[in-house]
Every structure is written in structure tokens, then in C-alpha cells.
Design a protein around this ligand. Structure first.
Ligand SMILES: C[S@@+](CC[C@H](N)C(=O)[O-])C[C@H]1O[C@@H](n2cnc3c(N)ncnc32)[C@H](O)[C@@H]1O
Length: 319
């Protein structure tokens, strides 16, 4: 194992007071809470959650920090609908503001500054498990993959209209697939007769051409990941918005980011190192979930947590 990695030592335990949604079990909650624990004594706190999902982290933060008020965002309308129901009391008490939108709009929304911020990147279990959303090759659904169903291009559009060169580049860069050429050639050949419309059609082609190389690892995994990243511009949004969020931290404020993809983690790592004047990572190493959590929640296995802390001295410079 690389020197650059630390396995979480935070006990994955006492969340007994927190009621989570049955649809999505949140990842590394105790680690996120632990990273915010420096604020326990602070009288008033502001928390920003850019990836509400099913509100697991939000719920845990509100329970553990009764003095906190939150702004919660998600670009998926279904997440927002769920949020309004799950947090009805808190919304009515003006403890939470819920915003439907991409966290790329963070700056233009002028939310002000925050003590605690979280991005729990990627997709939620309800998005993955619902065939209609088209994220998973395990379910047959339309080749969609948009987190925000009101916006943007679908995976179907990309698969059926991108040139051979564009598809090769996409799968090489975003999917980190060494040799996507045979699959791409087959896509370009087959779509002349009939456009790809469903996840099973695409996954079936990849399976046929590439075959199963690693037990337990579907050959379409990286191809689907690449399409999802492209459909939702996930890496570009992270790269451009993270610096804005870092600058919106109060002095001493902390921004936690959970990523599930090496390209995402690389962006977070580089940006957190970039401006020592502004702040630095709280842990030298990236934090991985404890084995106990991975056993309990297999979707946490690829999670990586990094926490950025804004320098306190910054305050002196500004005022
Ligand atoms: C892994 S889930 C978050 C789960 C959440 N922390 C919980 O405990 O339930 C990721 C969520 O972030 C949303 N999302 C991803 N990228 C986003 C973006 N750029 N802007 C807004 N929401 C985003 C997705 O729609 C999804 O609902």
C-alpha cells in the first residue's frame, strides 16, 4: 500500500441518534463528523452540503451540531423532492435552505461563507438502482446518465453521435482504458444499423468485444464511468468550483470532499495543495474507510476523503 494512504481509525459506530434514509447509506459519516469536531464549541455554525443525495451527511451534521444552519444543494430533482419531505421540520424552522442546482453555481448564488462544507461526489444509490436513470449496466434502462434530468446531453447522444476519435479519447481519458479501440470500432459499426438506446445494448456489446478479464469486474464498468463523467461534466465542475468553495470558508473553516474516482481525487489533492496562503489539508494522507465500513457498505470501498482547512491568519489579512 502506498505511503500516501491512511486507513480511517475513527470507529464506524455511534450514529445511533441519526436516522438515515433507507435508500442511501452515507459513506464515511463518522470521519466527516470527526473532521468538523473542532467546531463543537462554536456558537453559530453554517454548513454547506453541495451533494445532498438522500441527506445522510446533512442529517448527521444537524444532529451533532445543533447550533448549525445549512444550505443543501443537489442537481437531481428527485433528491430535492426527497429532501423537502425528509427535512420538512427543519425547512419550516429555517434551519435548512434547499436549492435545486449544480454546485457549479456556488459563486453566483452568493451564499456567503461557511464553517463546514461537504462534497460527497458521484451518484447516490437511488440513482444507481433506478433503471430509468441509465447509470447501471446491471439494469436495463435508457442510456441517459444525467443527474439533472432537465439539462444537458445524454449518454445516448454521445454514444450515437461522437466520432470514432472522440469516443476513443473519451474512454482513454475519463475511463482510463488503455485500449478502447475494438469496442469503439464495434460501436461505430453497429450504430449504422441501429442507434444504441439502452444500457443493456451497450453493456452487451462491450461484454462481447472485451470479454470478462477480471472476475467480479464487469467489462463495461470503466466505459460507463467515462460516459457518466462526460455527461455530467463532473471533473470540469469540480476543477472550477472547488477553489471558489475553498475561498468561501470562514477562517479556520473546513471543506471535506469524498471522491470515488482516481481522477476526481487527483483534482482534489492538487487543489488542496495549491494555495498554502489560503490553507492546507488537515491530514497529510488521503483517508480511506475502515474495513468494517467496507464490509457493511460495499459502495464505500472506493471512497477517499480529503479535508481542507482555511488558515486562521487569513482573517487578519482581510480585515
Ligand atoms: C453520493 S451522493 C450524495 C449522498 C449524500 N451525501 C447522502 O448522505 O445521502 C451524490 C449526490 O450528489 C449529486 N451531485 C453530484 N454532482 C453534483 C453537482 N455538481 N451539483 C449538484 N449535485 C450533484 C447527485 O445528484 C447525488 O444526488
Amino acid at each position: 500500500m502506498s505511503d500516501d494512504i491512511a486507513i480511517s481509525e475513527t470507529p464506524f459506530a455511534d450514529l445511533t441518534k441519526v436516522e438515515f434514509s433507507a435508500d442511501h447509506y452515507p459513506v464515511m459519516v463518522t470521519d466527516v463528523l470527526e473532521s468538523f469536531s473542532v467546531f463543537r464549541e462554536k456558537k453559530a455554525l453554517r454548513y454547506f452540503d453541495g451533494t445532498f443525495g438522500r441527506g445522510g451527511h446533512l442529517r448527521a451534521v444537524l444532529v451533532h451540531f445543533p447550533q448549525a444552519k445549512a444550505v443543501a444543494m443537489d442537481q437531481d430533482l428527485r433528491a430535492i423532492e426527497a429532501c423537502k419531505v425528509m427535512f420538512k421540520t427543519e425547512v419550516e424552522a429555517e434551519r435548512i435552505r434547499i436549492i435545486h442546482g449544480n454546485f457549479s453555481e456556488f459563486k453566483e448564488k452568493n451564499f456567503g461563507s461557511f464553517d463546514m462544507m461537504l462534497l460527497d461526489l458521484g451518484v447516490s444509490s437511488p440513482q444507481l438502482d433506478n433503471a430509468e436513470r441509465g447509470f447501471s449496466f446491471y439494469h436495463d434502462g435508457p442510456l441517459d446518465m444525467r443527474m439533472n434530468q432537465n439539462q444537458g446531453i445524454t449518454a445516448e447522444y454521445i454514444v450515437n453521435t461522437a466520432s470514432e476519435q472522440e469516443l476513443n479519447d473519451l474512454f482513454k481519458v475519463y475511463g482510463e482504458i488503455h485500449r478502447p479501440f475494438r469496442v469503439v470500432r464495434a460501436i461505430v459499426h453497429d450504430r449504422k444499423t441501429k442507434a444504441f438506446q439502452s444500457t443493456k445494448e451497450l453493456a452487451g456489446l462491450i461484454e462481447r468485444v472485451d470479454g470478462w478479464r477480471h472476475k467480479g469486474h464487469h467489462p463495461a464498468t470503466q466505459y460507463f464511468m467515462a460516459l457518466r463523467l462526460r455527461v455530467n461534466s463532473e471533473l470540469e465542475v469540480l476543477q472550477s468550483t472547488l477553489p471558489e468553495m475553498m475561498r468561501a470558508l470562514t477562517p479556520g473553516g473546513r471543506l471535506a470532499v469524498i471522491s470515488f474516482h482516481s481522477l476526481e481525487d487527483r483534482i482534489v489533492k492538487n487543489l488542496f495543495k495549491h494555495d498554502k496562503q489560503l490553507g492546507q489539508q488537515t491530514h497529510k494522507k488521503v483517508i480511506l474507510p475502515a474495513q468494517e465500513e467496507c464490509d457493511k457498505n460495499p459502495r464505500s470501498r472506493s471512497a477517499k476523503l480529503r479535508v481542507f482547512e482555511r488558515n486562521v491568519q487569513d482573517e487578519l489579512k482581510e480585515f
